[in-house]
Design a binder for this molecule. Structure first.
Ligand code: AMP
Length: 300
């Protein structure tokens, strides 16, 4: 598994073999089982490039860019056994060194939720993802459904800018007790780790209410908020329509239940995607492309 620092290093590997699609799995490193599951998913389609780049432009003022865990050797040892074809680990100067910096701005899908209290966050995400797409030129890119708004904002960019890259959203990998895996979970001490369970608990409460027949968005959001009392600071507890993330009073069709909260030093997010119909509530996919691509409904 070659570690490439530049697009030219990647090109030299000639990874497009036998007409199979080239797959990119973008990460910021500090890899865990969630990331590895995306690599496994990508490997079903073709040769895989994992990018590892802690993107300064998506961190806000006072966020954890400086302290974000970086351990390339450990990350490499985790993905090497999975049969990853190459790692793309550029430095900041290569990604952002040029004069006349271009920035990609999100549309409506970037409003509120993780775009609300973090101005510039999605512009930072889209700009780096566009650069990674340009450097790697993948046919397919795999993202985690855990960052649902990010998936939808990127999908809009790919569509609007005619990038011609197929996006796949992988299901959220959780600890046995339900906590969504995150590189930031390592910031939690044991008591905070326990309290962090309130995020998945809040989503379960929201879904339970939907299952019991409630269709008022505000009621479902209030039930989620009520369960977040164990967090130190709630950023949001919201229900939005998929895929446009519009706010609706009455819920029907595909919806995103989404929460973000601070627990101790960590800012944590989590979500469920469900389909709400007259007959009931079922888990749903985020991006239609996955169902289309795999010939079956995606996993939640
Ligand atoms: P990050 O390194 O946190 O930027 O994440 C890189 C990719 O991994 C993103 O597409 C995330 O959505 C995805 N990801 C993060 N946590 C999980 C998880 N628990 N399960 C599945 N994918 C995840």
């Amino acid at each position: 598994m070659k570690v490439c620092r530049t697009p030219a290093d990647l090109d030299a590997l000639s990874l497009r073999r036998e007409g199979r699609p080239l797959v990119l799995v973008p990460t910021m490193g500090a890899l865990h089982q969630g990331h590895l599951s995306l690599v496994d998913l990508g490997r079903e389609f073709g040769p895989v490039v994992v990018s590892i780049f802690v993107n300064p432009k998506q961190f806000g003022e006072g966020e954890d860019f400086e302290s974000y865990p970086r351990d390339l050797e450990r990350d490499l040892s985790l993905i090497e056994p999975l049969g990853v074809d190459a790692v793309f680990a550029p430095d900041v100067a290569l990604m952002y060194g040029a004069r006349g910096e271009v920035t990609v701005l999100p549309g409506n899908r970037g409003q509120g939720l993780c775009g609300g209290d973090r101005p510039g966050h999605f512009a930072g995400v889209l700009t780096v993802v566009a650069k990674l797409f340009g450097a790697v030129r993948p046919d397919i890119a795999v993202f985690g459904r855990k960052d649902a708004q990010q998936c939808l904002v990127i999908a809009q960019m790919v569509e609007d800018l005619k990038m011609g890259i197929r996006l796949i959203d992988g299901p959220t990998v959780r600890e046995p007790d339900g906590l969504a895996m995150s590189s930031r979970n390592r910031y939690l001490d044991p008591a905070e780790r326990e309290r962090a369970l309130c995020l998945s608990g809040a989503l379960a409460a929201g879904r339970d209410l939907l299952v019991s027949g409630e269709r008022q968005s505000a009621e479902v959001a209030a039930a989620m908020l009520g369960k977040l009392a164990a967090a130190d600071q709630v950023e949001y507890a919201e229900v939005r329509r998929v895929p446009d993330l519009a706010v609706e009073e009455q819920l029907s069709g595909r919806v995103l239940l989404a929460v973000a909260a601070r627990v101790g030093p960590a800012r944590l997010i989590d979500n469920f995607v469900v389909d709400v119909s007259e007959t009931g509530v079922t888990d749903a996919v985020l991006l239609d492309e996955i169902a289309e691509h795999r010939g079956s409904p995606g996993m939640v």
